[in-house]
Write a protein that binds this ligand. Structure first.
Ligand SMILES: Nc1nc2c(ncn2[C@@H]2O[C@H](COP(=O)(O)OP(=O)(O)OP(=O)(O)O)[C@@H](O)[C@H]2O)c(=O)[nH]1
Ligand SMILES: [Mg+2]
Length: 559
């Protein structure tokens, strides 16, 4: 399993020199870094261990103004290499970096007490003692980048620490946190970063989150060497020829499609160095991203982070909360929680009882970052997971609406939800068009029977106004009237009588005028017009000027 080691420590304490002494690579490559003699950005170098293992080394800046950059470097590491100047001892950023390392959940590493060549034995002894007190869990080694003293011992100590570490970034879909983006002539956009999980190979179709930009990987390198496939924990560079350099930046995550939610909220367990107020505005450091956020406290130990830009997080990820100083750390419990956080829910999620938090349908594929496999005790339809209680509630809700549906057409609209296609079939209802019915349900007049009888008694050839359009439709569907014009109707018998007259007149290519039709039926002009228009609408006749002719196909076609 490839591992990444990150330096930490106060400005000028000798981190970059030590990295150079260990790897032969000067990671201060920016002109400004050269000029000022300090590190500004992250540096990367491969480190060979005596046993042949290869670690990735990340060198971070120590300046207090660059703590943010230090965190971006430290979030992807498995081991720390805390560097303390033997003459100066622990200073403010020694302590802040150490605190950040602990908030990030890093438990394994080594302390290098450096510049050993520049102090006397007694001072060195005291510095080693102080280092041991400060980080009791780690081995402290005296080294000099200048003379090479202690470097072998340091490599051996790193190898021992590497043996003890359980790599964090293994399981789960591919996720690469971008720390650098540049353009190479003939290759296009290249992004580098630590592969937190999964693997990446030439031809992979991934998505650059949080913007959801589809990308296709062209070639993959690990520490400047081409590889077929890079594995979790490795430091990789991928060519992404399809996109512009400006479309990607530090903090973005290149991930497997659907592997992670891009979420404006994170529910976390807090670890406070300083107390964090409800409503406090902070910067949330996650992966290589820095996200503005407001903290909503939940109970004693938890919070919901409301983010200004979305995070691409998974359960178990560590975040650091800062203002001008480091305030707290957080372990992500739910990377895409509902807005209304409750302590009860968050405690359940924390205990791993994810199933208990699911009520309404959620996609199983969207839960891959908080679950292994399928949770127990839930209902499943296609990709949807939901609780039996929710399904009962839905059934109850639809039942209530079916009970009060219009008896003429006792259906209700099919719910227009993303889960409709998979879940509605479970309800045992009949779907006709856009409506749901109880099995075998047919329309009935119900308490409109009297109104129907009253209406029918008035119907004849002269159109009658019908006030209840649903009733008119129902009666027409049952062959008891024919609707003409807007909100009017004639009796079904009268309409058939009119059809008889019409067909007789139009037999053998004949034509009929409105006046002739009116006279043959002995009705008013308006009534004749409405009835003819209905024949037109039904496709029986076609109007040509003042006359009507039979449509070609309609002689054999019933209405
Ligand atoms: N005598 C002696 N001097 C050293 C040694 N290592 C570093 N230095 C001196 O310390 C200075 C700073 O070292 P860097 O390695 O750049 O310090 P750094 O911790 O990377 O500093 P930032 O990245 O800015 O935080 C160097 O310019 C050297 O002059 C060492 O082993 N012995
Ligand atoms: Mg440096």
């Amino acid at each position: 399993m490839p591992l990444t080691v990150g330096t930490a420590g106060h400005i000028d304490h000798g981190k970059t020199w030590l990295v150079h002494a260990l790897t032969g690579k000067d990671t201060d490559r920016l002109p400004e870094e050269k000029r000022r003699g300090i590190s500004i950005d992250l540096g990367y170098a491969p480190l060979e261990l005596p046993d042949g293992r290869r670690l990735s080394l990340v060198d971070v800046p120590g300046h207090e103004r660059f703590v943010r950059t230090m965190i971006a470097g430290a979030t992807g590491i498995d081991l720390f290499l805390l560097v303390i100047d033997a003459a100066e001892g622990a200073r403010p950023q020694t302590l802040e970096h150490l605190a950040i390392i602990r908030l990030l959940g890093l438990r394994h590493g080594v302390v290098a007490v450096t510049k050993a060549d520049a102090v006397d034995d007694e001072t060195l002894e005291l510095a080693l003692e102080e280092a041991h007190e400060l980080v009791p869990e780690a081995q402290a080694v005296a080294v000099s980048a200048k003379t090479g003293l202690g470097l072998d011992e340091l490599r051996a100590a790193l190898a021992t620490a590497a043996d003890e570490v359980t790599p964090v970034h293994v399981a789960g879909p591919t996720r690469l946190f971008v720390d650098r983006v540049f353009t190479l002539r003939g290759i296009g956009t290249v992004a580098t970063g630590t592969l937190w999980s999964g693997s990446v190979a030439d031809g992979d179709e991934l998505v650059a989150e949080p913007r959801g930009l589809p990308v296709r990987v062209r070639s993959v390198q690990v520490h400047d060497r081409s590889v077929e496939r890079a594995e979790a924990g490795q430091r990789v560079a991928v060519a992404l020829p399809g996109i512009e350099r400006t479309q990607l930046r530090r903090g973005d995550a290149v991930v497997e499609p659907g592997g992670y939610p891009a979420s404006y909220r994170l529910d976390v367990a807090l670890e406070e160095l300083l107390s964090v107020r409800d409503g406090e505005r902070v910067q949330v450091h996650h992966g290589t991203a820095e996200l503005p956020a407001v903290v909503r406290r939940i109970g004693e130990r938890h919070a919901q982070l409301r983010l200004g830009t979305p995070a691409v997080a998974a359960r178990g990820d560590h975040v650091v909360l800062r203002t001008e100083t480091t305030l707290a750390g957080g372990t992500v419990l739910d990377p895409a929680p509902p807005r209304h956080a409750s302590e009860e829910r968050i405690l359940r999620v924390e205990s791993g009882d994810v199933a208990a938090t699911i009520f309404a349908p959620v996609r199983l594929s969207s839960l891959r970052h908080i679950l292994d496999g399928e949770p127990e005790g839930l209902e499943r339809a296609g990709d949807w997971l939901f609780s039996a209680e929710w399904l009962d509630e839905l059934r109850g809700r639809l039942d209530a609406r079916l009970d009060t549906a219009d008896p003429l057409d006792p259906g209700i609209p099919v719910p227009a939800d993303p889960w409709t296609a998979e879940i509605v079939p479970l309800l045992g209802l009949e779907r006709k068009g856009a409506k749901l019915y109880r099995p075998g349900a047919t329309g009935s007049l119900g308490n409109r029977a009297a109104a129907a009888a009253e209406l029918e008694s008035q119907l004849g050839l002269e159109p009658v106004k019908v006030d209840d359009p649903k009733l008119a439709l129902f009666l027409e569907q049952h062959g008891r009237l024919v609707r003409v014009g807007d909100g009017l109707a004639v009796s079904a018998d009268a309409f058939e009588q009119a059809r008889g007259v019409l067909l007789e007149e139009l037999d053998d290519g004949g034509r009929i005028t409105l006046a002739r039709f009116r006279d043959r039926l002995g009705i008013g002009r308006k009534a004749a017009q409405l009835i003819l228009e209905r024949f037109d609408a039904d496709g029986v006749t076609r109007r040509i000027g003042d006359e009507r002719v039979l449509r070609r196909s309609s002689r054999t076609q019933p209405r």
